[in-house]
Each structure stands twice: as C-alpha cells, then as structure tokens.
Design a protein around this ligand. Sequence first.
Ligand SMILES: Nc1ncnc2c1ncn2[C@@H]1O[C@H](COP(=O)(O)OP(=O)(O)OP(=O)(O)O)[C@@H](O)[C@H]1O
Ligand SMILES: [Mg+2]
Length: 447
Amino acid sequence: MKSPSSLQKRLGLGLTLGMTLLWLGATVGAWLVVQHELNEAFDSALEETAQRILPLAVLEISNREEPREAQHVATLKMDNEYLMYVVRDAKGQILMQSHDANPKIFNPQPSEGFSTTKKYRLYGASALRQTLFIDIAEPLGHRREAAREALFALLLPLLALIPISLLGTWLFVRISLRSVLAYRRAVEARGVGDLSPINVTRLPAEIDPLADAVNHLLERLRKALEAERSFTANSAHELRTPLAATLAQIQRLRHEAPEGPLQVRAAKIENSLRELARLSEKLMQLAKAEGGGLLSETPQDLIPLLAHVVDEWNHSSGQRIELQLPKQPSVYSTIDPDAFGILLRNLIENALKYGAADQPVQVSLTHQAVLRVINGGPVVPEPVLQRLTERFVRGSREAGGSGLGLAIAKTIVQGVNASMVLASPATGRLEGFEVCIFLPLCSMSQN
Ligand SMILES: Nc1ncnc2c1ncn2[C@@H]1O[C@H](COP(=O)(O)OP(=O)(O)OP(=O)(O)O)[C@@H](O)[C@H]1O
Ligand SMILES: [Mg+2]
C-alpha cells in the first residue's frame, strides 16, 4: 500500500514552488520595466551630453586657424565608463574627436538620432544647418551590466526566500495542525478496549465533523459490544443454576441406576454437563474480561493475591506448583484483583493440565511485576503457538477444554495495557511451555 504523504510536506513544497514561480514571473516583469527605464535614462544622458558638447565643439572649430584639421580631445569619464565622440562635417570628415574614439565604431555617414550597433549605442546631432555633426557612442556593455545587476538584485532574495518559505510553511502548518496531531495521539494512546469518546478541543472546522462522526461511531460500537457482552454474561449466568440442578439430578440418577448401560450413559451425560458448565464459566470470564473495568482504582499488591491463588491450586493438585516471589515485601500493580485472579487461574489450570505430570509448575513474580508460569512437557510448534491465544483454538485434543483460557488471558492483558509472551520451549530449557506477562507496575512498588 502506498504510504500516506504528509500534508505538511505537500503544503510546504506546493506553497514554496508556487511562491517561487510567482516571484520569477514578477521578476521577469519588473526586469523588463527596469531595462526599459534604464535604456531611457541612458539615452537621455547620451543625448544631453551630445547637446552639451556640440556648441562647445562648434565654438572651438570656428575659432581654429585651420578648422579642417582633426583634433583629439581628452575622454569624458562618466561612472567609470567612457563616452566617445566624433565631430564631423557633412561629408563625414572628422574635425574633432575624443581621445580614444575609434572612427570605425561610428556610422560612415553622420546622421541624427539614436542607432544601435553590435557593441555601441550611438546618438547623432547636428549644428550650423547640418554642416557639423556630432556622433557620440556609449558601450552597450555598461547598460547590460546595469540590467544584469538589476536582475541579480531581484533574484537574490529568492535564494533566502525559498528556505524561509519552506521553514515558515512547515512551522505554520505544524502549529495549525497541533490539535489534529493531539487528536491523532489521543487515538493512538487508547487501549484496545477503550471506546469512550475522544475529546480534543479546537479542532479545525474541516476535521471537527470527522471527529464527531468518529465519536458517534465509537458510541454505537460500544453499545453494540455492551449488548453482546451482557447477553453472553447473562446467558452464562442464567445457565449456571439449571446446569447445576441438572448435574445434581444426573449424579443421583447415576448412583441410583443399576450397574450396566444406563449407568454408563448417565456418566456420559454427567461429563457433558460438566463440560457445558465449564464452558459457560469460561464464557462469563471472557465477557468480564471484555467488559472493561480491568484496572483497579487503587494499586493492588500482587504478592498476597498470587500466594492465595497458588495455595488454592496446590490443595487440589497435590502441591505441584512451586512459587517464587521477589525479595521485596510487595509488588503493586494497577490490575483489578478479580481480573488478576481469572488470569492466573487460567494460566495455572493450563500448566497443570498440559504440563508433564512428573514435573512441577513454576510460578514466579519479579519486583518488576513480571509474572511467569512455566511447565514441562513437549515443545509446542511455533505455528501452533502463534494461534493459541485466539478464541476456541486448541493445541492438543487429549485433555478437554474449550480453547478460551488463553484468549481470556490475552483480553485481560490487553485491557490493562500489559503484554504477554508465549514461549515453547521455555526460556533456558529444551522443552516445556512458558507464559510471561509484563504487568503494569505501580510506582508504589519501588518505595
Ligand atoms: N501451559 C501449557 N502447556 C502446553 N500447552 C498449552 C499450555 N497452555 C495452553 N496450551 C495449549 O494451548 C491451547 C489453548 O489453551 P486455552 O487455555 O486457550 O484453551 P484450553 O485450555 O484448551 O481450554 P479452556 O482453557 O477454555 O478450558 C491448549 O489446548 C493447549 O494445547
Ligand atoms: Mg485452558
């Protein structure tokens, strides 16, 4: 699946690209206007200079003893650039020229007005009824450099503007999306069983209806799940009494029945009824685990709870369970004591049922609230192990069971934001089965 692209990245790149293109468009427009205005200013300066020099040249030439003789005059220095001029008569003979004027750059025949050659901008003016002409030339390089500098001045800010725009948009979008990110975090931080409405203030108007819709959906889902759970729990509860009564009746019938097929049949019915009673008990446990309320409001010390449950099982299993407790006198956790009891009973029941009968079951709790239940027995293959926590999934068909014990344990573990790891062979062994649960530790335990 294509990974979703970030809105922040898209807006940052899109806005920066748009701004850059607009800026470039504006730069081209501004540059054309500046070039035009520069040309006008340079032309007018050129014209003015020619008009100033011409009367002086006329005066100079008419005062000469030998007016037809060409005379070199020092160059005009303007802003580090040189203007060159020639003063000619109508036939094109040079009467006066600036110091380094090259006659080849001028038009062969004197003319009036502006003209442009490859390298020069020329201006011609006449005096004394078109008998004397001045041609003044300015290198085009000067104008080009001015236009180039203007272009650079317009483009240069763009270099700074691109990173500033990227950063600015990124920051602005990040700040604007703060509430959306908070919403995302609120959704991510939820436990599996938490279907309460998600409340985040000041969401953008575009996202707010979406959040409302999600909350409505959650509400409907919660109601549907609650209805399903209460139905399961109620049915299991309602079944309990009639099942117990029928079981008692069947036991009596078995005892009263004469030896023979009737007694065998009665024994079979009794077994089935016991299985049914166990199933309804497991269903009730599952409904409780899924119903929430798995966290206790006050921290619970796990050590007495654990010791009590292990003691109970040891009575009925002939002391097969070895309990290992941490050195600390107490380990506090936020798990509800009833939920902890259900979890523990299911794990110990499994360990006793499926573990090698000649090996003890090891139950241990660390000061970090890590609970381990380890038993001996054959290794469970990895693919089977992966699926054991699913509902109604069973590994071995030998011992009776409904396949709900580990599903109940997993639901409780998820409901308290803990984690559970199944391992076979058990850690550090070549065989056996291990269930390891990292329970939520309460800070009080460290005191
Ligand atoms: N401690 C264990 N050692 C070996 N196998 C185990 C152990 N615990 C569970 N299993 C395997 O995982 C399967 C699923 O266990 P789970 O507790 O979910 O169901 P169950 O024990 O079959 O039935 P239920 O617990 O509902 O009576 C079991 O059938 C068994 O094969
Ligand atoms: Mg079980």
